[in-house]
Design a protein around this ligand. Structure first.
Ligand code: FAD
Length: 517
């Protein structure tokens, strides 16, 4: 048996080697004139990196994965692809998409995270901005800006192992976005390599068409190789608070009050949790540290299957008088109608707060569920439909939770620049809804299918009820659906494509356009 097994393994290894050699020959042919300072890799490990993402639902093998030395290499790769009739190019940030958006079937994946230019994180203290490579991780930008200069970008995502170019190609939202807009609203300049292979610096006043096309442009118009991000003084500490609601009306009323008041918290988010003792989705998911616990006897007798909490943060400095800080917290909380005594709070260094999801990642890696599939669904829904969405979707379809966090919090449309490529619902106030699903440790295919089907059910329910919504990180397979997604912005999107990537070389994994000659 052992001999048979060894022989079999040897044969498989030989087959892989032959296949690798064949690929190498064909790639060598296609890429023989590609002259870059960085590296081209068509080995098994590189191809596996290029064909996987956080979602774990799709896999498209590229021909090769490129680690560029800088923007000029990115330009070489795109110009090379332009000369071929079929090659496509996908920038891969940290591959944290969930539906294969950073993949390129038999194309070239550019591993932006490995770009040598990322090492330059240049802070300009006088003008309060940082110039940073498109493949840099937001976590590295944070650590550098705070520890070296006491400064920080204004708008974040909840999790920071995401690249600058990756989030700017979507929007980048978290609890600061009600005040500063998404991350795309605090960028003043970009260096972009377009689908025409040209390296162009653009801003609000210089090549502005390209600038606004690329922001929220789903990677369709150019590859972001550098971004200029606005900074502000970083606080030392945060007071981190969660307050619980059983009435959705009170929850949304308070959330909207906070995001529209002058005097308010620095961060406002909202979550949905299940009225049960489930450690992942229920009461235990609410307290902020292990010495706090959720006492369900404090809940009213008659309540629905799901409850809500607002997550709030107030910045402060080490020099602030604690009693002044407490007074400010009480004043802000005093306006809210949360359930008395169901309030949790803690103090944390600012940087630790922004890196808070690292602990979740560590635990999920430990139990194996970071690497299993994540059929996530993110959407924006107009305020006018959020009550009905709560009744039909949150309290009903999702009444048992999604085995991971459900986020819902309001944002202000006026903080988003409508010249960017992102499309939003109509109302000035709209809600982000995020279903961040995790599977069990060894998920059966049926478990994943069920999750995907439930996402579809949610989307179909929104369509059937005529809700005004847009997918965030949209994923569609047909032109009809993409047209519907962009609505009256479709023509503008197509025009931008014609101008900046006429051969549809870039980001084929989004499945919006097809490569043409
Ligand atoms: P990738 O997934 O690698 O790429 C995304 C798309 O952008 C692809 O089409 C790719 O081709 C393109 N692209 C990548 N880099 C560039 C570039 N330099 N220039 C042009 N196009 C490029 N999002 C939020 O807004 N808020 C959150 O709080 C948030 N939390 C998250 C938490 C987790 C655990 C995860 C997995 C994701 C989260 N996201 C959040 C989603 C995240 O913003 C997206 O996954 C986004 O795509 C960034 O990931 P990435 O850098 O890995 O990009």
């Amino acid at each position: 048996e052992v001999v048979k097994h060894s022989f079999h393994s040897l044969n498989s290894a030989r087959k892989i080697l032959v296949a690798e050699n064949d690929t190498k020959k064909s790639v060598d042919g296609i890429l023989k004139d590609l002259d870059i300072k960085g590296s081209i890799d068509y080995g098994v490990t590189a191809i596996s990196l290029g064909s996987t993402d956080f979602g774990g639902l799709y896999s498209e093998k590229p021909l090769a994965v490129i680690s560029p030395a800088g923007a000029d290499d990115v330009g070489q790769v795109i110009r090379h692809a332009l000369q071929s009739p079929t090659l496509t190019v996908a920038a891969r940030g940290n591959g944290h998409s969930v539906n294969g958006q950073a993949m390129a079937h038999l194309g070239l994946v550019i591993d932006m995270k490995s770009m040598a230019d990322n090492k330059k994180i240049d802070v300009n203290v006088n003008y309060m901005y940082v110039d940073v490579g498109g493949g840099a991780l937001w976590g590295d930008v944070l650590k550098h800006c705070v520890s070296e200069y006491g400064l920080a970008p204004k708008s974040w995502t909840d999790y920071l192992h995401l690249t600058v170019g990756g989030t700017l190609s979507n929007a980048g939202v978290s609890g600061q976005a009600f005040r500063f807009g998404p991350q795309t609203s605090s960028v003043t300049e970009l260096e972009v390599v377009t689908g025409n292979g040209e390296k162009i610096v653009c801003s609000n006043s210089q090549n502005s068409q390209l600038f606004f096309s690329v922001l929220g442009g789903l990677g369709q118009f150019g590859i972001i190789t550098r971004a200029r991000v606005l900074l502000q003084p970083a606080p030392d500490m945060v007071r981190w608070i969660r307050v619980v609601y059983n009435e959705f009306d009170d929850f949304t009323h308070d959330a909207e009050l906070l995001i529209t008041s002058q005097e308010t918290f620095n961060y406002v988010e909202g979550f949905v949790f299940v009225n049960s003792d489930d450690p992942v989705t229920g009461w235990p998911s609410v307290p902020l540290n292990s010495n706090q616990s959720f006492d369900p006897t404090l809940l009213p007798k008659k309540i629905g299957p799901v409850l809500y909490y607002l997550e709030l943060v107030l910045h402060y400095s080490n020099h602030d008088d604690p009693s002044t800080l407490n007074m400010m917290v009480e004043k802000l909380l005093g306006k809210l109608k949360y359930l008395e005594h169901l309030r949790f709070e803690t103090n944390l260094a600012y940087m630790n707060f922004l890196l808070r999801v690292d602990h979740v990642e560590e635990a999920a890696r430990g139990s194996g569920i970071w690497a299993t599939p994540h059929p996530w669904l993110n959407m924006f829904i107009s305020k006018k439909d959020i009550d009905a969405f709560n009744r039909i979707v949150l309290q009903n379809i999702l009444k048992s939770g999604v085995n991971g966090p459900i986020l819902t919090y309001p944002l202000l449309r006026s903080k988003w620049d409508n010249r960017s490529s992102v499309v939003l619902p109509q109302d000035e106030i709209f809600y982000l809804v995020a279903l961040l699903r995790f599977t069990h440790t060894h998920p059966k295919e049926s478990e994943i299918k069920q999750m995907v089907a439930q996402n579809q059910e949610v989307v179909q329910t929104c369509i059937k009820n005529g809700f005004d919504f847009k997918l965030y990180f949209p994923h569609y397979e047909s032109t009809v659906e993409w047209k519907r997604h962009f609505g009256d912005q479709w023509e503008r999107f197509v025009d931008r494509k014609r101008q900046f990537d006429p051969k549809a070389i870039l980001a084929p994994g989004q499945k919006i356009f097809t490569r043409n000659h």
